[in-house]
Design a protein. Structure first.
Length: 108
């Protein structure tokens, strides 16, 4: 993670009861992120080529939708895996608070 004020790497808090993603899940998420990277490069090219604003905005909306889909997929995994494991191990309150904080960020 990057610190918003300095750009320096910020240490993540200690994590609890993690649930590893399966290889197919990692592969699917990796492909989605690679596709998003390609869309972003396409948007940069559109800006360089001085393309019509609405076309660029349409592509930005598509990227945002794709990012949201990746986020929801990760959140589902987190809730069904990591949070569930934390609850079983007695660390559920902290895991739920952490999940709620992330959900609040998505709701903005």
């Amino acid at each position: 993670m990057r610190s918003p004020d300095t750009g320096a790497a910020r240490k993540s808090p200690a994590r609890r009861a993690r649930s590893p993603r399966s290889a197919p899940s990692k592969q699917t998420l990796g492909k989605r992120v690679a596709r998003i990277e390609g869309q972003i490069r396409g948007i940069a090219r559109m800006i360089d080529e001085d393309r019509y604003c609405i076309d660029i905005l349409t592509q930005l909306a598509a990227v945002q939708s794709a990012l949201d889909a990746v986020g929801v997929t990760l959140l589902e995994h987190h809730l069904h895996g990591c949070v569930q494991n934390a609850v079983r191990s007695g660390d559920g309150a902290q895991a739920i608070d952490e999940a709620l904080a992330v959900i609040r960020r998505f709701a903005r």
